[in-house]
Design a protein around this ligand. Structure first.
Ligand code: LLP
Length: 422
């Protein structure tokens, strides 16, 4: 089953849902992120439905796109949220997420963050070290609470993805080695303010085949069997996120249904609630990044197309060499030409596409970078004094600003110049 396209061409003009891209760019300016509410709902529904009547929590990994309107869309549909900071937790709570569907991941939870999560009564902390366990126990004691925990087990599986987003290998900073699970859980059992409720694992992101998931799940399955034998109550099995999306013709990721089927095949037999933490697969394809062509600059060696969006707005190509598809609007007749699509930021890595074949393009034309709904705006910055761009959500022919463009003054908001008395 494939998702309905959010970006289509009608008589040569690009439309996002039922709105011409040119109108979105004119009304809201560029650079701009645009999200399809319909596509977000479709993705959430498919992941939720795939679990059938098995007890489950689809805890949206809010880091992929933390816009309140996006998170709210998922929460309304019944999703929980996977958070990694106090900031993410507050966002989840602000849009009315059910704390019993919130899980807290991450290697570096601070005491104040733990306190807030305890007082909000989240479902579980995914603990990544024994020192963290001990701090959670102390904080729970101080607040008169019992902290529900799982350990993030590192199964030492290669997710076959970019090294920056691989987390399930032995050498990674994440989780505890799966062979220490017994020791860690017995340590947890000995602590008065800790209650063991589950196991957790997350091996990486943008995973485009089922085999790494299967390998990890098989190891998790043996761990659950052993831990249960040792008397630990494993009520929740959290399999993390990581399902990839089709950024280019070369990626061929499993569907949500295939992914969930694999999960059910390996760990579906346990009497436990299955938790997953999808981020990218719920949001990437529901969003685009829109930027306007400024100049063509043709040198002896290269053909540069300079656009008004930069690596500060969309970092993925610069950071991971990510290849993201680009559409040009309007359509002009003629032959394709190759371009280095670059932004205005003063770094050579500020490049969205290298030597990419694109249809004829002229200054002021629009470029839509596909699959930008995940790790797009969320990773943006105001580097080079460039205000954070606007985010718009579309449903049918209705477009609403869900984050207005930052003003230039706001980029220095909070800064001050001390009086040095000189
Ligand atoms: N759970 C945990 C504990 C995670 O660390 C992550 C992602 C997820 C769930 C969600 O994974 P997803 O379903 O989105 O693959 N900025 C990078 C991706 C970083 C992923 C970090 N952790 C990128 O743009 O490719």
């Amino acid at each position: 089953m494939s998702y309905q396209e959010v970006l289509t061409r009608r008589n040569g003009a690009l439309f996002f849902e039922d709105i011409p891209l040119a109108r979105l760019a004119a009304d809201f300016g560029t650079p701009l992120y645009v999200y399809s509410r319909r596509a977000l709902l479709e993705r959430a529904d498919r992941m939720l439905t795939a679990f059938g009547d098995r007890p489950h929590i689809v805890a949206y990994a809010i880091k992929a796109n933390m816009n309140l309107a996006v998170v709210r869309t998922f929460v309304e549909r019944g999703c929980g949220v996977d958070v990694t900071s106090r900031g993410e937790l507050e966002r989840a709570l602000a849009v009315g997420a059910d704390p019993s569907k919130i899980v807290y991941s991450g290697v570096g939870k601070r005491a104040d963050e733990i306190d807030r999560a305890l007082s909000a009564e989240i479902r579980m902390f995914n603990v990544e070290s024994l020192e963290e366990l001990s701090i959670i126990d102390q904080r729970a004691k101080a607040l008169g609470k019992i902290a529900p925990i799982s350990f993030r087990l590192n199964p030492d599986v290669d997710p076959q993805t970019h090294p920056y987003i691989s987390t399930g290998l032995k050498t990674s900073k994440f989780g505890i080695p799966i062979e220490y699970a017994s020791k860690a859980y017995s340590q947890a059992k000995s602590l008065a303010n800790i209650r063991v409720v589950g196991v957790d694992c997350h091996i990486g992101s943008q995973i485009t085949s089922l085999s790494p998931f299967k390998d990890a799940l098989l190891r998790i399955k043996s761990a659950v069997l052993q831990l249960r034998e040792e008397g630990h109550a494993i009520e929740l099995i959290d399999i993390g996120g990581g399902l990839g999306v089709e950024y280019s013709g070369n990626d061929n990721p499993p569907s949500a249904e295939e992914y969930v089927d694999t999960v059910l095949e390996v760990v579906g037999g346990f009497d436990a609630t299955l938790v997953c933490e999808p981020g990218r697969s719920l949001t990437a394809g529901a969003g685009i990044f829109v930027t306007r062509a400024l100049y063509r600059k043709i040198t002896e060696d290269r053909r540069y197309l300079v656009v008004d969006g930069g690596m500060n707005d969309l970092l993925r190509p610069a950071l991971y060499d990510a290849e993201m598809r680009i559409e040009v609007d309007p359509h002009r007749d003629g032959t394709n030409e190759n371009w280095y699509v670059v932004g205005p930021v003063c770094e050579s890595s500020d490049c969205f596409a290298k030597d990419r074949s694109l249809p004829p393009i002229e200054p002021a034309d629009l470029l839509a970078i596909r699959d930008a709904g995940a790790y797009g705006f969320a990773m943006s910055s105001f580097y080079n004094g460039r205000p954070l761009c606007a985010e718009v959500m579309v449903q049918g022919d209705r477009a609403e600003v869900v984050r207005r463009r930052q003003t230039i003054e706001e980029t220095w908001g909070g800064e001050s110049i001390p009086d040095w008395g000189e």
